[in-house]
Design a protein around this ligand. Structure first.
Ligand code: KIV
Ligand code: ZN
Length: 385
């Protein structure tokens, strides 16, 4: 693996599925896991095996099914969680245990009612115990976003010594600014002993709408794994959206960061996850929303009809969308009307277009969108064959 390859760690089936109303059964999870494997993700976080018998079964079945990706199970820094996760992962070709503990002042004080030294002890013990089952152990420092950098580096150094292969630096509460999160990763790159032998991972939440920007800041500063979900689903305001970070890296080749993702599958997989989870994305959702490649104002439509690149920074085909949509509304111009009329079989002359256009505007003012059937009605009214 080249140093600029960013691993995509998908947690749709774990952090994504924690969302109220998004619960999936094992069969549904298997369908999504298979598609994620074909999509080319490097890691599938399949669940939190100790949390319920159903989740255990899902992780076990996904472990049997997945051919290429590493299959990962989440645990707390508890021996029993780790033992149960190892059991659920026993059929995986590439198993990973993801264990960790809160490291911020508020987690240490209010959640664990303990001391920083005890947190390090528990973290090290969990990693060492996980290593007795699998080679690949990822450690998460929960609430790393609000953890003091010097203490975070100390925890990370100790868990690397204990055998962790990946260091997950979650902005659990979605609090960090991109500059701050990037600086945190840079600090860890410079201060964690042994960091060059492990992968730093970004796990960002979207409470302030910064999950994608923070993950990108992380990889620009040396992280080489992004934890994300399809459509950005996840706790509260969600996680980093897989489709967004993947397309950012693809569309900005100067970053010199690449992934193994077959981007042409993104749109279909987004739709599948929306349907299975009953969690639908807004029309203006980046990359996969219904309006992501739709143009409705006259100025933009004229440009796109002349050359798509005037208003599109990605080729819709690259994410599996067949073509850009020219939506006819009362804001559309002559070029869009002629274009859409041609698509449904009417080759308009300039005189026909000039005659039709004022009537089109009056008609369009009565509708949210002028559809193909409306175009036929307009043409019939003007005796255009
Ligand atoms: O947001 C978070 O901190 C997490 C960890 C459990 C990895 O999801
Ligand atoms: Zn999370």
């Amino acid at each position: 693996m080249g140093t600029n390859r960013v691993q995509i760690f998908d947690t749709t089936l774990r952090d994504g599925e924690q969302v109220p109303g998004c619960k999936l059964n094992t069969e549904q999870k298997l369908i999504i896991a298979e598609q994620l494997d074909i999509l080319g993700v490097d890691v599938i976080e399949a669940g939190f095996p100790v949390s319920s018998p159903g989740d255990f079964k899902s992780v076990e079945e996904i472990s049997k099914l997945v051919k290429n990706a590493t299959v990962c199970g989440l645990t707390r820094a508890h021996k029993n969680d780790i033992k149960v996760a190892a059991e659920a992962l026993k059929y995986a070709k590439r198993p990973r245990i993801h264990t960790g503990i809160g490291t911020s002042e508020s987690h240490i004080k209010y959640k664990f009612n303990t001391t920083p030294d005890k947190i390090i002890e528990r973290a090290v013990e969990a990693v060492k115990y996980a290593k007795t089952f699998v080679e690949d152990v990822e450690f998460y420092a929960e609430d790393a976003g609000r953890t003091d950098n010097a203490f975070l580096a100390q925890v990370c150094t100790e868990v690397v010594k204990a055998g962790a292969t990946v260091l997950n630096i979650p902005d659990t509460t979605g609090y960090c600014l991109p500059e701050e999160y990037g600086a945190k990763i840079k600090y860890l790159k410079e201060n964690v002993i042994g960091v060059d032998n492990v992968t730093l991972s970004c796990h960002c939440h979207n409470d302030l709408g910064l999950a994608t920007a923070n993950a990108i800041a992380g990889v620009m500063n040396g992280a080489r794994q992004i934890e994300c979900t399809i459509n950005g689903i996840g706790e509260r305001a969600g996680n980093t959206a897989l489709e967004e970070v993947v397309m950012i890296m693809k569309q900005h080749p100067h970053l010199n960061l690449d992934t193994n993702i077959n981007t042409k599958m993104l749109y279909a997989l987004s739709k599948m996850v929306q349907e299975k989870m009953g969690m639908f994305v807004q029309a203006n959702k980046a990359v996969v929303g219904d309006n992501a490649f739709a143009h409705s104002s006259g100025i933009h439509q004229d440009g796109v009809i002349k050359n798509r690149e005037t208003y599109e920074i990605m080729d819709p085909a690259d994410v599996g969308v067949t073509e850009s949509a020219i939506i006819l509304t009362a804001r559309s111009g002559r070029a869009a009307l002629a274009y859409r009329a041609k698509n449904v079989g009417y080759e308009l002359t300039k005189d026909q277009l000039d005659a039709l256009y004022p009537e089109f505007l009056i008609y369009a003012d009565t509708k949210k969108e002028v559809k193909d059937e409306d175009i036929h009605i307009l043409m019939e009214g003007h005796n255009i064959p």
